[in-house]
Design a protein around this ligand. Structure first.
Ligand SMILES: NC(=O)c1ccc[n+]([C@@H]2O[C@H](COP(=O)([O-])OP(=O)(O)OC[C@H]3O[C@@H](n4cnc5c(N)ncnc54)[C@H](OP(=O)(O)O)[C@@H]3O)[C@@H](O)[C@H]2O)c1
Length: 258
């Protein structure tokens, strides 16, 4: 648009839209919730911890945004289906679904336990699958909607200690391609963001100083901030990304091209 006296600021990109962000009580999900709210969306913040969930809602409100918390432990299909129903009831529709909630374990395959395997696949694969299954039909009815999945760089190359985690996120990457084919003709866009090492409450707890060492292996040589990941999710959620569909977008400082 030419710069002239007719130039006008537009409304924030996501004004009037409703976004559900899973795992929004911490780390990357919290930053995504804050960014989508700053971009005008009404954000449904979900997670297990009500104290941290309400704190995120209050922080968004004090910055002038709108949000509401829904507690959900995405340990099985039933909880995902229940969350979808509660989220759809808030405003009658969900325009943007961000499947961010996720857990990681690290270790060799002989050390892997059934408990970890089942817990990771439940949160990282089963919950997004059933959330999409419940929420996308209402997007199809309205003729539009966006799903953004949060994966990881370690789903795109081999590693000696991330078998359960990387394979669960690789399943999410494949579901992204499947959903792009299944739902694209109905106006629903689906993409995945694959972060590299990102400083969050979760990585502080699990990796500590190892995070910087892992990040140092990437061409950019440092961890991402949560805001840097959230910015890419916000782009994919908005209309500027109208022709971006079925893609895996790496936000890893170039690590995955090595
Ligand atoms: N940080 C990184 O370096 C990195 C890199 C690549 C990919 N990722 C991906 O990015 C996403 C967020 O990671 P993060 O580092 O921000 O993690 P985090 O700080 O540990 O936060 C994880 C979020 O997921 C939620 N969550 C975990 N288990 C859940 C369950 N059973 N039911 C419902 N919610 C659950 C947590 O909710 P509560 O706290 O309320 O329980 C929390 O809000 C994950 O999918 C992760 O795999 C992270």
């Amino acid at each position: 648009m030419a710069l002239s006296e007719e130039w006008e600021y537009e409304m924030p990109e996501l004004t009037g839209r409703v976004a559900l962000v899973t795992g929004a009580t911490s780390g990357i999900g919290k930053a995504i919730a804050a960014r989508l709210a700053a971009d005008g969306a009404f954000v449904i913040v979900s997670g297990r911890d009500p104290d941290r969930g309400h704190a995120v809602v209050e922080a968004i409100a004090s910055a002038g945004g709108q949000a509401e918390f829904i507690k959900a432990d995405l340990a099985d299909a039933e909880s995902a289906i229940a969350l979808a129903g509660e989220a759809l009831a808030v405003k009658g529709h969900v325009d943007v679904l961000v499947n961010n909630a996720g857990i990681a374990v690290y270790g060799s395959t002989p050390e892997g336990t059934q408990y970890d395997f089942d817990a990771l696949y439940a949160v990282n694969v089963k919950a997004p699958y059933f959330l999409v299954g419940q929420i996308v039909p209402s997007m199809i009815e309205r003729g539009s909607g966006v799903v953004v999945n949060v994966s990881t760089m370690v789903a795109s190359f081999g590693s000696s200690s991330t078998g359960i985690y990387g394979s669960s996120k690789a399943a999410l990457n494949q579901l992204t391609r499947d959903w792009a084919v299944e739902f694209g003709p109905s106006g629903v866009r689906v993409n995945t963001v694959a972060p590299g090492p990102t400083r969050t409450e979760g990585t502080e707890r699990v990796l500590g100083p190892l995070l910087d060492k892992i990040a140092a292996k990437s061409p950019l040589g440092r961890p991402a901030t949560t805001a840097e990941v959230a910015a890419v999710v916000a782009f994919l959620a908005g209309d500027d990304a109208a022709m971006v569909h079925g893609q895996l977008i790496h936000v890893d400082g170039g690590r995955s091209v090595l």
